[in-house]
Design a protein around this ligand. Structure first.
Ligand code: FES
Ligand SMILES: [Fe+2]
Length: 365
């Protein structure tokens, strides 16, 4: 069985580099993203900056250096770089600054509580930033964010969220769906770059993350959950419950929450996993908010995490579908998400091969 391969990532796309709260106006923050070491910091006016975390002199990480206002000083031999990556001070010899003394920077957008990075060579396109605006709509104590590092391949995390039938089997009491999702074939809606799957069911008692906010916490309630994959790595999830027969199964009418799961490959076998949740109940309670995000974080780390890590031990970053896995009715969303990702990566590769062919043709003229 082939368990490791050179992976091609979609590069002309937005990935979360950090939670906004992880990057401060002091200090230097280092994170490897898509096998690339990246230095992130905030200028004194609060704007985030990202550059290759590698000094062009002897290639030590710039994150081992220090800030000088909005500049970064390499601690090894003292070259100083501004936030556009250009060397503006060389303490050696006559102080001449070699043209090659510059560091690649990366476009960033800070939105929805995250710092998003564009790792590709094409011009950054803000119009394709995933729209996860429900996270920002409402009271600041109604939303929580967290970060997890996993020793697994990022697509296995997408699979996990896209196939929620696992909640029937894997998860404990707090988010138990009491076997109601598994018998269903979820409804599917697909576009060129997204796929959404939806389940609707009744359970008694209602799911424990929501039941205390329903009129009769131990009585039957109608539920819905909908997940939507947005290539390359973002999944939004909406879940709600109601005991009102007239209510629509959506977040406007139900007690529920809007969650965001998004991953960024660190290396071919490790993944940054970012999660956020906004609820439509008890939205001003800061203590509840802290307990809520901790509960969601712990459920993933303690319950899903060991499974997606163990999958990686068994199959590495092999292309799952090439291993002829048994496919179940609940796999429909995850399989379509994989096909969408394959297709957008193939399109990007074709585009860069065509660009390279054009360049060669021009050079021959
Ligand atoms: S390695 Fe950075 S100045 Fe020498
Ligand atoms: Fe799960």
């Amino acid at each position: 069985m082939e368990t490791s391969r050179n992976v091609t990532y979609l590069r002309n796309a937005w990935y979360v580099a950090a939670l906004s709260s992880e990057v401060s106006t002091e200090g230097l923050f280092a994170r490897t993203l898509l096998n690339t070491p990246v230095l992130i910091y905030r200028t004194q006016n609060g704007s985030p900056v990202a550059m290759l975390d590698r000094c062009p002199h002897r290639f030590v990480p710039l994150s081992m250096g220090m800030r000088a206002g909005d500049d970064v000083v390499c601690k090894y031999h003292g070259l100083k770089f501004d936030c556009s990556g250009v060397c503006n001070h060389n303490p050696h010899g006559n102080g001449h600054i070699p043209r090659a003394a510059r560091v690649r920077t990366f476009p960033l957008v800070e939105r929805y509580g995250f710092v998003w990075i564009w790792p590709g060579d094409a011009p950054a396109d803000e119009s394709i930033l995933p729209d996860v605006s429900p996270l920002t709509a409402g009271h600041p104590n109604g939303v929580g964010f967290t970060y997890m590092h996993r020793k697994t391949y990022y697509e296995l995390i997408t699979d996990n969220v896209m196939d929620l039938s696992h909640v029937d089997h894997l998860h404990g009491e707090i988010i138990s769906t009491r076997g109601q999702l598994t018998p269903q074939v979820p409804q599917v809606k697909e576009t060129d770059s997204t796929v959404a799957t939806r389940w609707e069911w009744k359970q008694t008692p209602p799911i424990f993350i929501l039941n205390q906010f329903l009129p009769e916490p131990m009585a039957e309630a109608r539920h819905f959950v909908e997940v939507k994959f947005m290539a390359p790595t973002t999944v939004q999830l909406q879940i709600g419950a109601t005991q009102d027969d007239q209510a629509a199964l959506d977040l406007a009418d139900c007690v529920g929450q809007y969650d965001l799961h998004t991953t960024t490959p660190e290396t071919d076998g490790t993944t940054h996993y970012f999660f956020a949740t906004r609820r439509n109940h008890l939205v001003e309670d800061a203590d509840y908010n802290a307990a809520k995000i901790k509960g969601m974080h712990d459920a993933f780390v303690d319950e899903d995490g060991p499974y997606v890590d163990a999958q990686y031990v068994n199959i590495g970053n092999a292309d799952l579908l090439s291993l002829n896995p048994v496919l179940l009715s609940s796999d429909v969303g995850a399989v379509r998400a994989r096909r969408i990702l394959r297709s957008v990566i193939a399109e990007e590769v074709r585009g860069s091969q065509a660009d390279a062919a054009d360049t060669r043709a021009v050079e021959r003229v």
